[in-house]
Design a protein around this ligand. Structure first.
Ligand code: K7E
Ligand code: CUA
Ligand code: CA
Length: 643
């Protein structure tokens, strides 16, 4: 393993930090970084020494190779990136267990094909899907008492500004909401308590940041970016309706929430309100923008809002100009260095940490001081900064081990730096002997998100850390020009980080969370009554005609469908309903109709339906697509469409 980098622990730190701020000359910084990392690849920083250390280590994350039949200790909920789904991994093995489709059709489960899933996804007037692409980045789960409660997870779609909710009892997406009047919906974080009612110690809101400012209303006409706007959105965790939005200066990137429910924040990299990237990186400092949730909701209640366009959502004014008086302010803009990325809440509930991205620093903001500012006791919100220390080049995201240490990815340095938050605060306060950097580990390569087991909860356990490396280069067999990303697993139970494993993943997950397995209690069989269309008895099945409108009701029980054949007429408007009456765990059937582009599954006691026009006459063998029985191949029925 590489020696701890001494260069960041010297006295000239402050000077270096300033000198190493990226300026426009380093615009190509990202590609410079990529080249630098190729060099590192050659030196093999995490070579055989690291692997044998991992084997010997044995603590924390434990073995990554589980024996056959052994179960993982953690669930990982991974954003699926371009595939628009959520991936479920077992950790520490890194095995992908399933994918939960959300924003994009999925032929395995029939997502985007069944009427039930289309209703969740949203359709156009002609019944086709409103959107078929997505770009998911961030996934977070509901909280109770500062820990995950296993009810819900949420995931964002940056392209079409949608937020999806996943029910963690059945591992299915049950609601999707499109946010009004925003573009580039990026950061997402559930609240952890109510700011006013102490009895509500669980998630009831989800906050969503919009990264791109747009003209409001969105009409062409001005090139002046200061006339563009971004909104910070609050979505109701239960109804998934948009509760309110805040008009802000600058933009939103990532989002964090405090444990007491009083504060949410988003880091801003475009306080310049530029429309070109040179403008977006022209200032030396940007901001971490804090929202006073209780005051915002009071303002909404008091009717101090406007609405935009067709949207009825109340929008309160969170711009700098309107929020100068701290005692009534809805927002506070804390100045942080150049184009920050990532804002993360420490598990001791005390701090938010912004990573510098174009500045080599991490900024620690004390939440108690932000609240003091809102009470008028602090002259500037910037006084809430208790540390701003150099970490390395390209800091992006931060995770925690629950023992006072933070782990920040350094995109340009291709490293994870482990640093002690209280030591950094001492160093910042003038104690230059405070060694806040604890360890550095080379990763392969260019890490973005990272997260530790239970990191963003009060139950952070400091066992394992996963790192989403954006470039895998030489780590896997080459598969043409598109390389997988490399999700690396690191043991963080000791003083030194130890690299445990590489795992290729299809692009591009971005973010993920790691859950103790006993916090989730998934159900494996549905209740028949969960589905209004459920067919409870095979005797109720058949073809039911009302003019051109035809309902076909079928049930499945291995190895047969209740109908051996069913007859339709060309031009019929068909709705086919299928209930799986098998009630044994893991006994899933599928239903595919050749040439009709239909394929979906029904899990035990699940009901699903599809609608289509019987526009092609002939005989069509509908067959079971999910291996269920020795007679699986024979599990078919004939759809006979008369001309
Ligand atoms: Cu850093 Cu979209 Cu979370 Cu990617 S963002 S890494
Ligand atoms: Cu039923 Cu295969
Ligand atoms: Ca900037």
């Amino acid at each position: 393993m590489k020696d701890v980098d001494k260069k960041n622990e010297g006295e000239e730190l402050g000077v270096m930090a300033r000198r190493r701020f990226m300026n426009s000359a380093a615009l190509a910084g990202l590609s410079i970084g990529a080249i630098a990392c190729t060099d590192k690849a050659a030196t093999g920083a995490a070579g055989p020494a690291a692997s044998s250390a991992a084997v010997a280590h044995g603590g924390g994350g434990g073995a990554v190779h589980l024996k056959p039949g052994e179960l993982d200790t953690y669930y990982g909920l991974w954003s699926g990136g371009h595939t628009g789904d959520m991936r479920v991994l077992g950790l520490p093995s890194g095995r992908e267990i399933t994918r939960i489709p959300c924003f994009v059709p999925d032929a395995l489960v029939g997502w985007g094909i069944t009427n039930e899933s289309k209703k969740v996804m949203g359709t156009k007037a002609d019944g086709s899907l409103k959107y078929t692409v997505a770009d998911t980045h961030h996934t977070h789960a509901s909280y109770k008492d500062g820990n995950y409660d296993g009810r819900y997870a949420w995931i964002n779609d940056k392209i079409n500004s949608r937020i999806a909710r996943i029910r963690l009892d059945y591992f299915v997406c049950d609601k999707i909401t499109e946010l009004p009047n925003v573009q580039g919906f990026h950061g997402i974080f559930p609240d952890k308590a109510d700011p006013v009612d102490p009895k509500i110690n669980y998630t009831t809101r989800v906050f969503c940041g919009a990264e791109f400012s747009i003209p409001l209303p969105n009409t062409v006409g001005t090139e002046d970016g200061t006339k563009y706007h971004s909104l910070f959105t609050c979505v109701d965790a239960e109804s998934m309706e948009v509760r309110w939005q805040v008009l802000i200066d600058g933009n939103c990137d990532l989002t964090a929430t405090s444990y007491d429910g009083k504060l949410a924040a988003t880091n801003q990299y475009n306080t310049e309100m530029g429309v070109h990237y040179e403008d977006m990186m022209s200032a030396e400092r940007d901001a971490c923008l804090f929202f006073n949730i209780a005051r915002i909701e009071e303002a909404v209640k008091a009717g101090k809002f406007k609405t935009y366009g067709d949207s009825k959502v109340p929008v309160v004014d969170g711009t700098r100009e309107s929020n100068k008086d701290a005692k009534t302010a809805l927002t506070a803009y804390v100045s942080v260095p150049k184009n920050p990325h990532g804002v993360n809440a420490s598990p001791d509930a005390k701090y938010f940490i912004c990573a510098g991205k174009l500045s080599p620093t991490g900024t620690v903001i004390e939440l108690a001081k932000v609240l003091e500012y809102f009470e008028g006791k602090l002259e500037s919100p910037d006084k809430a900064i208790v540390a701003e220390v150099e970490l390395g080049l390209g800091p992006l995201h931060t995770a925690f081990d629950g023992r006072g240490n933070a782990y920040t990815t350094l995109f340009l340095d291709s490293q994870v730096v482990k640093w002690n938050v209280e030591a950094a605060i001492k160093f910042h306060a003038g104690d230059k002997s405070a060694k806040y950097v604890v360890d550095r580990l080379d990763v392969q390569y260019q890490p973005g998100h990272l997260n530790a087991s239970q990191s963003e909860t009060r139950a952070a356990d400091g066992k394992i850390l996963a790192v989403g490396c954006k470039f895998s280069k030489d780590r896997f067999l080459p598969v043409g020009p598109l390389h997988p990303e490399n999700e690396q697993l690191i043991d963080i139970s000791g003083e030194k980080m130890v690299l445990l494993a590489d795992h290729p993943v299809r692009g591009e997950p971005h973010d993920f969370i790691i859950f103790k397995r006993d916090l989730l209690k998934p159900k494996q069989v549905y209740a028949l009554d969960d589905f209004p269309l459920a067919i409870k008895d095979p005797k109720e099945t058949g073809v039911f005609r009302n003019g051109k409108k035809v309902t076909v009701k079928i049930t499945s029980q291995a190895p047969a469908f209740s109908l051996r054949e069913f007859k339709l007429k060309k031009g019929d408007e068909v709705t086919l309903i299928l209930t799986n009456l098998d009630k044994i765990e893991d006994l899933t059937h599928g239903f595919a109709i050749p040439k009709y582009n239909v394929n979906f599954i029904v899990n035990p006691l699940e009901t699903a339906s599809v609608s289509f026009i019987a526009d092609k006459p002939g005989v069509f063998w509908c067959y079971c697509t999910h291996f269920c029985h020795a007679l699986h191949l024979e599990m078919r029925t004939r759809m006979i469409v008369e001309a």
